[in-house]
Design a protein around this ligand. Sequence first.
Ligand code: NAD
Ligand code: MG
Length: 371
Amino acid sequence: MAVIPVALAGRAYDVMIEEGLLARLGEAAAPFLASYAGGRKVPFVADANTYRLYHAAVDADLAACGFAAEWFVVEPGENAKSWRVLEQLTDWLLALGVTRKDHVFALGGGVVGDLVGFACAITKRGCGFVQLPTTLLAQVDSSVGGKTAINTGAGKNLIGAFHQPSLVLIDPLVLGTLPDREMRAGYAEVLKYGLLGDAAFFAWLEANGDKVLAREPAALEHAIATSIAMKARIVAEDERETMDRRALLNLGHTFGHALEAETGFSDRLLHGEAVAMGMVLAARYSARRGEISHEDADRATRAVAAAGLSASLTALGLACDGAALVDHMRHDKKAEGTTLPFLLLRQLGEAYVARDVDLADIAAFLDGELG
Ligand code: NAD
Ligand code: MG
C-alpha cells in the first residue's frame, strides 16, 4: 500500500492507495468510524452509479466491523453540485444528528467529493469527511487538497470553501467499471503532473500510458501515487493558492476553460478533455514564444493524442474564432485588463506563471490553431 501524507499543520491527513481498499474500509478508516460505535448510522453519500456498483461491498464490510451505513444518493452529474441538493444533504446530516466529531463518507467522483466536502465545511460549522474517490480524476486530483464547491447560475465552483478531508482512501480497482471516456479525461490530469513538474514521470507516461489506461494494476497505482504525491506537496506549500505554487496545477486550464465555455460545459467536451487540449495549446504557445522547442511541443501533443484525447483544435470543429475564445478568458477571475496570468512551459516538466501574455496575441495564436 502507498501512503502519502498531506503535511498541513493542524490539518494533516493521509492518502492511502491500494487495490481492494474499499472492501476493507472498516479497518482502513477505523479512527473515523469510532464516533459511531454507540450504534448511530454512518452517513455515506454516493451518486446513483457509485451507489449501485459499490454500496453492497461497503455495507458488507461495515457490518463485519459492527457498523451500518445510512445512504444519501444523488443523481449522477454536475447538477448535484447545487444549492438545492446541498440544502437536502445538510438537512439530512442534521436529521442524522451529525456532530463536529463525526465524519461523513463521500463515495464517488469529483461531483460527490466537492458536494460532500462543502456540506461538511458548513454543517455545524465544520464536521469531518472521508473521501472515497471512484473516478481517475477524483483519485489523482479532486479528492486531495481541500477545495470544495457547488455551482450556481453565475458559473462553476463559485460558492465553496477550503475544507480538508481527514482521510482519502483510493481503491484503483473501482476504475474497472469507469467508462473509458471518463478514464481518458482523468488521465489528462495525470499527464498534467508530468508536464508541469516531473519530466521523468512524463517520459514514463509516454512509455506506459497505455498500461495506465488499460488499468494494469502496477502502472495504475504508480500513476496515481506519483500524481497524488505531487499534488500533496504543492498543496502543503500553498494550500490557498496565495502564491504561484498551487496555480501550477492549472496548467492547460485557462485554454481548457475557454473551450468548455464555448461548448457550453456540455457532454461535448469533458473537463479533462478540455484540459488535455489546453495543455497542447499551452505547449504550442510556449514553443511560439521560444521557451520550449517545437519538438517538445510535439511530444506533449503526441502524449495527449496517444491517450485518445483530442490534440488539435480543428478536430473539435468549433464554429468560433480566437477572439471568441479569448472573450471567455476575460471572464476569468484572474483577468486584469488586456492580460491574464498564463501557465506556460519553460521545459517539459517545468511550468511557470507568465504575467506578460497579451490576450490579443493569444487570439492571433488561436486563429492559427483553428486553421
Ligand atoms: P463525476 O463525479 O461526475 O463522475 C463522472 C461519471 O462517472 C458520473 O456519471 C459517475 O456516476 C460515474 N462514476 C464515478 N465513479 C465510477 C465508477 N467507479 N464506475 C462507473 N462509473 C463511475 O466526475 P469527475 O470527473 O470525477 O469530477 C468532476 C467534478 O470534479 C467537477 O464538478 C469539478 O469541478 C470537480 N473538481 C474538483 C476539484 C477539486 O480540487 N475540488 C478538482 C478537479 C475537479
Ligand atoms: Mg482540472
